[in-house]
Design a protein around this ligand. Structure first.
Ligand SMILES: NC(=O)c1ccc[n+]([C@@H]2O[C@H](COP(=O)([O-])OP(=O)(O)OC[C@H]3O[C@@H](n4cnc5c(N)ncnc54)[C@H](OP(=O)(O)O)[C@@H]3O)[C@@H](O)[C@H]2O)c1
Length: 226
């Protein structure tokens, strides 16, 4: 990592959950300072301890409330069920001003999670942008990567499509994709997140029909990063 990257602190809001913990583990392993956020600080402290254990003590992971994590981070990653999306964003939006928010949330509507059901804003990421306002750059990423792959040690074959409010925001998020050991692609403006978020239901469908637990997507016919 370059010197600028080393100084970055990444908060994973909802990092006590499956996907958030997987991402936090990968970034801490890559050398980032990671803050785990939760509605319950004690739960975040326990999750941080579990990640440090996975890392055999080598890594910087600290647990705290979502609000504290958002306040102390340069980049915040939101990884909560869609039902908790608006309330979590409302609770941290003041602390996010001037920062980058990476939204991992998929707007699944149980019980029909294998059917695409987008919110009126277009996508969860677009809804996030409406909630946090113009002072926050919003990127959507990681929706098609299963937590099981993130917590595993094997190379991950599926790609990450990154959409967001500016080219620069997408570039910053792509650095985190690479740090997590994945190949990412700039997939354009945040309006395109509707397609990427929708792919999750498509992949859930494929998992159910073909007996997998972590189907993914991969871009072909483009030179892949070395
Ligand atoms: N699981 C995957 O493989 C996967 C893959 C790609 C994308 N995603 C997306 O990533 C997001 C997180 O998925 P996940 O599987 O990690 O979810 P999860 O484990 O069910 O929940 C993540 C965290 O969200 C918080 N949370 C749960 N219910 C809440 C509520 N009602 N109100 C406020 N906070 C609540 C909890 O944190 P605290 O209790 O600590 O506050 C929980 O630990 C989802 O939108 C999911 O669709 C998941």
């Amino acid at each position: 990592m370059d010197q600028d990257t080393l100084l970055l602190t990444v908060a994973v809001l909802g990092g006590t959950g499956k996907e958030g913990k997987g991402l936090a583990y990968r970034w801490a392993k890559a050398g980032y300072q990671v803050l785990i956020g939760s509605r319950t600080p004690e739960k975040a402290i326990t999750a941080a301890g579990e990640i440090i254990e996975l890392l055999e003590g080598l890594g910087s992971v600290v647990g705290m409330s979502n609000q504290e994590a958002a306040q102390h981070a340069n980049i915040a990653v939101l990884s909560v069920p869609y039902a908790a999306h608006r309330a979590t964003l409302e609770s941290v939006k003041d602390s996010l001003q001037g920062k980058l928010l990476i939204d991992v949330t998929v707007p699944l509507v149980p019980p029909k999670v294998s059917k695409v059901q987008m919110p009126p804003a277009g996508s969860a990421a677009q809804e996030a942008k409406e909630i946090v306002g113009d002072g926050v750059e919003v990127v959507a990423a990681f929706q098609t990567v299963s937590y099981e792959l993130l917590l595993g040690e094997a190379a991950v074959a599926c790609d990450v499509l990154v959409t967001g409010t500016s080219k620069n925001a997408r570039k910053e998020a792509l650095k985190l994709v690479e740090a997590a050991g994945l190949v990412g692609w700039d997939a354009g403006p945040i309006e395109n997140s509707v397609v990427v978020e929708g792919l999750t239901s498509v992949l859930i469908n494929i998992n159910k029909q073909y007996g997998s637990t972590h189907a993914g997507i991969r871009i072909t016919s483009v030179d892949r990063p070395a």
